[in-house]
Design a protein. Structure first.
Length: 309
């Protein structure tokens, strides 16, 4: 049987560009969609290599337990010694920002001060330790889920006790110091094969839904190329000659946590302190930004996996 690249995921829209690259390079591959399935633990998996692209936001697409099932699949693969890129440890980081932050801190990578709270009463108690503005976010999230800015504890209490309160799918809500950037953008650093590839500047003036692949699928508000005269800059722009502070630390962090492919979002405050606040092991790329810069993430992933195969 021919060895293949097996792609483990739950969103076909995000894998289409990758599969196109596989076909371009003549690489054999198989689509393993995690919306459903079964595995016989007594039988060996197929020969080949496995690329895990499970997303923390799978529940927003009707795949509530896809991460849990993926965890079972990865355990099976790893028990038979199969080579998995973004393996079970990487999945742990993908579905928990608490795990992300503790792992980042182990490599002296600054993260915003964060409190994890379970239960509404505990959430309100935790808010008392913040003197200035703070944000909430979901522990298991993606696409900016649960991100809200609060200036006061009273405002949070009103929100938490309202019908608008949106609880994280895992029940854990994070409270975090609000990092005020001089300009309304963040930088997303893309890594292929555990090495820094490029950085993309992402305009956050219209909100926190920052996934590059989603940018043209959720309406004109977030379209990466806009024709509005007051906003001529694209939402996503790859930065030339960007230097990533603590790059060696980031690459060591990825290696230690078995993360081969990632997009790490960073933000710089008004004192020039750089914080990492999100690790995306299911990373996507913006087509317009890449075409402008002449650099392609999915192509680099396909080349890497092809060489590994």
């Amino acid at each position: 049987m021919t060895k293949k690249i097996y792609v483990i995921h739950e969103n076909s829209e995000w894998t289409t560009p990758l599969f196109q690259r596989f076909e371009e390079f003549g690489l054999p591959y198989e689509d393993w969609h995690m919306a459903k399935g079964h595995i016989d633990l007594t039988k060996a998996p197929p020969e080949g290599i496995f690329y895990n692209r499970m997303s923390a936001s799978s529940h927003t697409r009707g795949h509530r337990y896809a991460p849990e099932y993926t965890s079972a699949v990865l355990a099976w693969l790893e028990s038979y010694g199969r080579k998995v890129f973004n393996n079970s440890r990487a999945l742990q980081l993908e579905i928990s920002k608490v795990v992300q932050y503790t792992a980042l801190k182990a490599f002296d990578i600054p993260v915003p001060r964060t409190i994890a709270a379970y239960g509404k009463e505990e959430l309100l108690k935790a808010a008392k330790s913040f003197d200035g503005p703070f944000i909430t976010k979901h522990n298991r999230a993606g696409k900016g889920l649960g991100v809200q800015l609060f200036q006061t504890q009273a405002a949070l209490e009103t929100y938490v006790n309202s019908s608008a309160f949106d609880e994280s799918i895992d029940g854990i809500t994070l409270l975090q110091d609000y990092i005020e950037a001089p300009e309304s953008y963040i930088v997303r650093c893309e890594f292929i094969g555990g090495k820094f590839l490029y950085a993309v500047r992402v305009d956050t003036s219209e909100g926190f839904e920052l996934c590059p692949a989603d940018a043209c699928q959720i309406g004109d508000q977030f379209c990466p190329i806009t024709e509005q005269p007051e906003k001529p800059e694209p939402k996503f722009k790859i930065l030339k000659d960007f230097t990533l502070p603590l790059q060696d630390n980031y690459e060591a962090f990825l290696k230690a946590n078995n993360i081969t492919f990632a997009g790490i979002e960073i933000i710089t405050d008004k004192n020039a302190q750089v914080y990492a606040y999100d690790v995306n092991t299911n990373t996507n790329y913006n087509r317009e930004a890449e075409e402008t810069a002449g650099i392609y993430g999915m192509k680099a992933i396909a080349e890497f996996l092809g060489s590994e195969l």
